[in-house]
Design a protein around this ligand. Structure first.
Ligand code: LLP
Length: 417
């Protein structure tokens, strides 16, 4: 459930009309709903009841400081994959102890910073990384709490670019190496094997792959116990899907209930962490854009809008489907079938194909479900300043990131002497 909807043919975010935001802030512009973010976080948190747990929002999905701040105020933790994301969490008022650090290629500097600032746990993705963490943490005179990220070889049934838990993927350590690596971690100085982690992919619409992965991980936990290695933390990653079109993903409550049923049946007493990204922020955001031109082609008509692949890459990169709707439905325009495309000089620059829309030049459109992996994947291709970001909160809205200026795009560049 989200807080975007029509009131008398005008699309609103909470109690603010999106036309008003488009007029005042300009387009393209990302708009987030605070109430939706809070609702989604609470759905995860409350479903656990009194089972010991942490919800660590995956910052990569949307790292805007205000988004992090809203979640932090509810008691949410954070899953990061870079030193930059740690800086963001701290700048938003988060604490390092609420942070889990995942990622397949952590640099020495990132490991050093994470350990000195007191990040809760590092997920380790290879033997070489384990050795490096041990060296860095000994140099700092610390003991690093680590979880090995296990690749359980489970098919998440999702787009190949966002499947991560198959044996051919670059993520995690192979299941068969896990016992040996835990023994090594146990013996290494500067390392405390505290947990176990897995993340099998993103935009999953069934609970079965999550439960299959969980069973495999719990088998491993039991086997490790027989080797005298006891772990307290179980991190099951993120990956719960959302509805973009007609998908029917489980709700956070149903998903967590399925996990808890497995955990209880297996007598698991570990502290459980989840790292949801998309399911918290995806449907809490839209991308507002304005129609520049409509153009009739020999085979299809185009709506050329002021947002492009550099602002929202998902359609170009994953052939992702995002709903496109008129912000003002009262216009009485004729309805046509359009491909919605941007001004970037690439045929791959499209945002939506084959959509029935009632529009004319100057009208505003909202590209829905753009809160996750939208702004964070944007670029300055074609020297396009990145959009503003706005957070709606009840009857008010706040610019939480200014639109970039073109001057800022080349501020760090230098002419030759
Ligand atoms: N934890 C780890 C270790 C991850 O790699 C990811 C996502 C998450 C948590 C959060 O997953 P979520 O709950 O958001 O599914 N750019 C792609 C998605 C890439 C996901 C990468 N990892 C897209 O736009 O669909």
């Amino acid at each position: 459930m989200d807080h975007f909807g029509y009131r008398q043919d005008q699309l609103f975010a909470e109690d603010v009309s999106l036309s008003l935001i488009a007029e005042e802030v300009g387009t393209p512009c990302y708009v987030y709903s605070r109430a939706t973010l809070e609702r989604h976080y609470r759905a995860f948190d409350s479903a656990f009841g009194d089972f010991p747990h942490s919800i660590c929002y995956a910052v990569k999905a949307n790292g805007n400081l205000a988004v992090l701040q809203v979640l932090e105020r509810l008691g949410c933790g954070f899953d990061i994959v870079s030193g930059g994301e740690l800086d963001r969490v701290l700048a938003a008022g988060g604490r390092a102890e609420q942070v889990v650090f995942s990622g397949v290629g952590k640099s020495t500097a990132e490991i050093r910073d994470a350990l000195s600032r007191g990040v809760r746990i590092l997920s380790v993705e290879s033997e070489a990384e384990l050795e490096r963490i041990s060296e860095v943490s000994q140099r700092l005179g610390k003991e690093a709490a680590v979880a090995l990220r296990i690749n359980p070889d489970v098919d998440p049934g999702t787009h190949p670019y966002i499947a991560t838990g198959l044996r051919e993927n670059k993520f995690g350590v192979p299941f068969v190496d896990a016992v040996r690596l835990y023994q090594k971690a146990h013996a290494l100085k500067g390392i405390r094997p505290a947990g176990i982690a897995c993340h099998i992919g993103s935009q999953l619409t069934q609970v079965t792959p999550f439960c299959d992965a969980l069973e495999k991980v719990l088998d491993l936990v039991a086997e490790l116990k027989t080797h005298g290695i006891e772990l307290d933390h179980l991190d099951l990653g993120g990956g719960l899907g959302i509805r973009y079109a007609d998908e029917n993903p489980p709700s956070p409550g149903d998903y967590i209930e399925a996990l808890l049923a497995t955990l209880r049946r297996r007598g698991c007493q570990m502290h459980v962490t989840l790292e949801p990204g998309r399911s918290i922020v995806g449907n809490a955001g839209v991308l507002l854009t304005q129609v520049e031109y409509t153009k009739a082609g020999p085979d299809q008509d185009f709506a050329i809008v002021d947002a492009a692949m550099n602002d929202l890459l998902r359609p170009s990169l994953y052939q992702a489907w995002h709903e496109v709707v008129e912000v003002n439905r009262a216009g009485g325009r004729p309805t046509h079938r359009y491909d919605v495309v941007g001004p970037v000089c690439e045929s791959g620059d499209w945002l939506a194909r084959d959509r029935m829309l009632s529009i004319a030049s100057g009208d505003f459109l909202a590209i829905r479900s753009s809160g996750a992996y939208g702004f964070v994947m944007s670029s300055n291709y074609n020297a396009r300043p990145r959009p503003a970001e706005v957070m709606v909160d009840g009857e008010s809205f706040h610019i939480v990131r200014e639109r970039e200026s073109t001057a800022s795009l080349f501020a760090g560049e230098h002419l030759l002497p």
